[in-house]
Design a protein around this ligand. Structure first.
Ligand code: SF4
Ligand code: SF4
Length: 276
């Protein structure tokens, strides 16, 4: 049994920076071992990161070089296993993967419940429906003629990278404003009103900290859900739409979209430069 997971890698000043596997390899290996399989391969593969909510899309030459490296690594690993040897490269990453395990869990919650609510369609959207058709988990739907992102979204970025009108933005300004106002509301309005509930949690210790965190997070999710609904309605107002779009980093020209390498170009290069 071979376990392969993909990660989002980048190249910074010519140095390849791997992505993070979290506990993906470990959990899969555990399940297979418990089922009686012999695990002979555990290999993380770094594909180019397409996570353009956090960083501009990678340049074409960077994407191509990461793909080529990925292909070489995959071939080496497959040949090794086919030769009857083991490739347990993932175990070398075990310390860092265990270290980031809490981040992986946080990402599951934040990625699904916060990032999904950061996507908006600007006035350039013509409701073509491509984002709805292309979403692998059916997380986008049209609400009142405008795309609306649900909690099913897994932040794969496919919709944003493929919108033919470049109309999908990550509303960084909206999220920053929301977090600021939510913090203020928590201290000034919510805690004073809900003090009896909050006082049920222990003041100190792990249980108290976790309980208060879960309480705050639940409040934040409800507030975000309502705010996102309001924003979706507000985007019909030109001023709100412009303000939201111009405070989105993804709106600016330097914030490229991710483009996977052209398979024809790769095939042509592999054949020595002629396309017939
Ligand atoms: S793909 Fe772009 S233009 Fe088409 S509906 Fe989605 S956001 Fe609008
Ligand atoms: S980011 Fe991915 S999962 Fe989320 S709505 Fe877009 S295509 Fe669907």
């Amino acid at each position: 049994m071979c376990i392969v997971n993909t990660r989002g890698g980048v190249r910074v000043f010519g140095v390849y920076v791997p992505g993070l596997s979290g506990v993906a390899q470990l959990l899969a290996a555990l399940v297979f071992l418990l089922k009686g399989y012999r695990v002979v391969g555990m290999r993380p593969i770094d594909l180019p990161s397409s996570w353009i909510s956090l960083h501009p899309g990678l340049r074409e030459d960077t994407v191509r070089s990461i793909y080529e490296r990925c292909e070489a690594v995959t071939r080496r690993s497959a040949n090794r296993v086919l030769d009857g040897r083991r490739d347990l490269r993932a175990l070398f990453d075990l310390p860092q993967d265990l270290l980031v395990a809490p981040i992986a869990i946080g990402y599951y919650l934040v990625g699904r419940y916060l990032f999904a609510k950061s996507f908006i369609a600007s006035a350039s959207c013509d409701a073509c429906g491509a984002c709805i058709d292309q979403c692998p988990v059916q997380a986008v739907r049209l609400v009142a003629g405008r795309p609306f992102w649900s909690h099913r979204c897994e932040s794969c970025m496919r919709c944003m990278n493929h919108c033919p009108k470049r109309a999908i933005e990550t509303a960084h300004g909206f999220i920053a404003g929301f977090l600021f106002l939510f913090d203020v509301a928590l201290v000034v309005l919510i805690y004073p009103v809900l003090r009896p509930v909050a006082s049920m949690f222990p003041e100190t210790g792990v249980v108290g900290t976790v309980s208060r965190f879960a309480f705050d997070a639940a409040l934040m999710l409800v507030a975000l859900f309502l705010s996102y609904r309001l924003l979706h309605l507000g985007l019909r107002v030109r001023l709100i739409e412009r303000l939201t779009v111009f405070t989105s980093l993804t709106h600016f020209g330097f914030w490229r979209r991710y483009r996977p390498p052209n398979p024809f170009a790769s095939a042509v290069r592999a054949r020595g430069g002629t396309r017939s």
